[in-house]
Design a protein around this ligand. Sequence first.
Ligand code: ZN
Length: 171
Amino acid sequence: MRKAAASLIAQTGVPVTADELSSIEVADFGLGHLAVEGAQILTLLQSERIGVKLLVLTPGQTLPEHLHPVVGSDPGKEETVRVVLGTLLLYSEGGDTISSGVVPSGKEAVYTVRNERKMVPGDQLTLPPGNKHWLQAGDEGAVAFSFSSVARDLLDVFTDPEVQRRVVVRK
Ligand code: ZN
């Protein structure tokens, strides 16, 4: 998966170093079927206040539904997604308009937001804190920047109780 992710990143034209490529995090969220539900994440910058990542999804791969919660006095992570390669289906709160994507089989109960935005390179969207969202790549995979305030990924709240954010598969 890391190789597949590196190949997708290469197609974007976004320059990255060999060290960065070798640091790609392959996350299956503890669900054990990476090609269906999972994500490859290349962290370019993560400080106490800001995070910049490349999110890489292989064809049809889904990053499970989650939200970024309020943490103490922090209002929660604001996240901006900007697509640089492929088609990215982004689902968030709003009317049910799902048409191009599919909820992973058997997971209807834990994919609760169905408002679809079909994003192509250059499209950008900001998700306010507390807003549930999930992502799915189109047929060619997708790469997007994720720009965010305080990136406390381990505190993200996933709708699916089976998700274990701490479990990371490295291949
Ligand atoms: Zn998110």
